[in-house]
Design a protein around this ligand. Sequence first.
Ligand SMILES: [Zn+2]
Length: 164
Amino acid sequence: MLEPPPQYRNRPPRFTDATVLTSIGPDRLGREAWLEPNTARAWQSMQATATASGVTLWVASAFRSIARQEEIVTAKLRRGLTWEQILAVSAYPGFSEHHTGTAIDLTTPDCPDLVEKFETTAAFRWLTRHASGFGFALSYPRGNPHGVVYEPWHWRWHDGLRQP
Ligand SMILES: [Zn+2]
């Protein structure tokens, strides 16, 4: 197990890996993607509704295990990146909402993955109006209290958020 850098050691919240996962089919790059079952159902319903409104939502990233996050971070360290550079874009293993299977990174045609410009797309405008109705909320809006950079692409499903 990697030793977290000092600024990360007491940084709540910590997450554990999802224990039950459902396939949601291929992500944007054709890799099979997984979410915990309630999130998978909510995602598929939201995606279908968006499609019916002429809005295309693609999955850039869904469930990611702590072990996989450790591989990603370790590879970056080996390439010579500093912790500061790595943690600007990757969570420390054990601290990513993606471990829980309830977080999903979304993208849309004609927009690169995981860029702030996603907020200018029709897909993002649709999400800001409709995602909460499916139980999804933006985890890291501008100026969020977690000190995480603004991530308009990262949505997390919350039990109980769904509106009638
Ligand atoms: Zn994310």
